[in-house]
Design a protein around this ligand. Structure first.
Ligand code: C2O
Ligand code: CU
Ligand code: CU
Length: 480
């Protein structure tokens, strides 16, 4: 046994990737940040049809050499899909990888069979055509693989992209919304590189996964963004597999937080920082003066868990000498009714500890929760660990009722699908199972630190009609 423990310790030590980005101020911003192209689509019998192809490629990030990567359509990341509330969409996903994958629509309300979790593998060479009607408020969602046990590997290699939902209410507001002009997606990831340019940390990691020393934004290292308008809207996605960020500007300037995972907040929240754990999104609007350069940075929110906790640079905003005027951010953004737990039919507790939830590991053949369609439940979630964890639920946007008995701060009071769990705190969530009953295919809830998820820190819930018997099936080929 001692030998085994020794071997494991060596394995972790030699494979550990736990690096720190250079301290703020040290980075030279040399590369214009890539803006993911908008995905093309066409309308076929009233259905908006997109096509995505997952494939292998090589991408140039660092001078020491090209990096073998995966991407949708291109060599790294994927195009941004845009659809309007009320539209029926279909995505023709072709898997050109030599390997099975899945595509999960993170944050989307949709039938479980279309959700792209581990129950809907796409074999190498196969085509998958999920279709659903977009029915949720305007929001910044994203997509990524969700293959059981291998999500981190495929996401870290480059498979991820944005999915923007539009709606009439958001479109009527005086907010920046010209994609690539005054409205930018920023997919923030950390990576480390081997001497030959390949990604480091492919095989093994520390207990919480890869922490890299190079920050990529939309796949660009040392990035800057040219700004031509007085205000710019940044749709921040923490697309990293383990690193938590606390986004802030170098001069501590205030910005407006206008939206979170599932859409706009009731009113803008004036903030100087916004923490995001892996999978979370925030939409912010920041003002710039003509000609100025200002760095978006991150402080590591938990120094104990993120080696070398100094503030580090993410991206520089470079304002043109003259800027087109932008209107003031509206004082009211959206109607976000207060969460009401009065009609919740059940309460459940989820204790996150080690790589387990309630002392159990993910089993594709077990329904951990069976919920009834069109009901709400209260889920109490606790992180019992010194490890960082988070809590993501598929299919829905939930609401935080309380944190340790107190109402959540304004930045967490809107629609959320992923939250960071601070140690020893109790988060009461109002979850709602709208619309789609299916006794055979489950949705997932899990820690969104991808290595934890891969290790089994995940559970499954079925949504059934009242009185319907669950009949969960294992995905083909699963032998757990
Ligand atoms: Cu972003 Cu279950 O995933
Ligand atoms: Cu998800
Ligand atoms: Cu975790």
């Amino acid at each position: 046994i001692a030998l085994l423990i020794g071997a494991a310790a060596v394995w972790f030590a030699t494979n550990a990737v736990r690096a720190t980005p250079p301290a703020a101020g040290a980075l030279r911003f040399e590369n214009p940040v890539a803006v993911p192209p908008l995905a093309e689509s066409h309308v076929e019998d009233g259905v908006r049809v997109f096509a995505l192809t997952a494939r292998e490629g090589r991408t140039s990030f660092v001078p020491q050499g090209d990096t073998p990567t995966l991407g949708y359509d291109g060599s790294y990341l994927g195009p941004t899909l845009v659809a309007a509330r009320g539209e029926q969409v279909r995505v023709d996903v072709t898997n050109d990888l030599p390997d099975t994958t899945t595509v999960h629509w993170h944050g989307m309300h949709l039938p479980a069979a279309m959700d792209g979790g581990p129950h809907t593998p796409i074999a190498a060479g196969a085509l998958w055509q999920p279709t659903w009607t977009v029915d949720q408020p305007a929001a910044t969602l994203w997509y990524h693989p969700h293959l059981h046990g291998r999500t981190r590997e495929q996401v870290d290699a480059g498979l991820a992209g944005m999915f923007l939902v539009r709606d009439d209410e958001e479109a009527a507001l005086a907010l920046p919304r010209d994609y690539g002009i005054d409205d930018f997606p920023l997919i923030v990831q950390d990576r480390s590189f081997n001497a030959d340019g390949s990604f480091a940390g492919g095989l093994g990691m520390q207990f919480d996964g890869v922490l890299g020393d190079t920050i990529l934004v939309n796949g660009t290292a040392a990035p800057y963004l040219d700004v031509t308008t007085g205000k710019v809207r940044l749709r921040l996605l923490n697309g990293s597999s383990a690193r938590m960020y606390d986004f802030t500007f170098a001069d501590g300037r205030e910005f407006d937080l206008i939206g979170t995972d599932g859409g706009l907040l009731e009113a803008p929240v004036a903030a100087t920082d916004i923490p995001l754990s892996p999978g979370e999104r925030a939409e912010i609007v920041v003002s710039l003066a003509p000609g100025e350069r200002i760095a978006l940075r991150s402080a590591a929110p938990d120094p104990a868990l993120h080696a070398g906790s100094a503030e580090f640079d993410v991206l520089e905003l470079r304002a043109a000498a003259s800027l087109a005027a932008s209107p003031d951010v509206p004082a009211h953004l959206a109607d976000v009714p207060a969460p009401d737990a009065a009609n919740a039919v059940t309460e459940r507790t989820f204790v996150m500890s080690g790589h387990n939830i309630n002392d159990t590991q993910m089993d594709l053949g077990r329904a951990d929760v069976v919920a009834t369609v069109d009901t709400s439940e209260v889920w109490t979630v606790r992180n019992d660990n010194p490890l960082p964890h988070s809590f993501h639920v598929h299919d829905m946007q939930y609401r935080i009722l309380s944190i340790d008995g107190s109402p959540p701060p304004a930045r967490l009071a809107g629609y959320k699908d992923t939250i960071a769990l601070e140690g020893d705190r109790e988060y009461r969530l109002l979850v709602r199972f709208d619309d789609y009953a299916d006794p055979t295919t489950p949705y997932m809830y899990h820690c969104h630190l991808l290595w934890h998820e891969d290790q089994g820190m995940m559970g499954q819930f079925l949504v059934v009609e009242p009185g319907q018997q669950p009949a969960l099936t294992r995905p083909e080929g699963d032998t757990d």
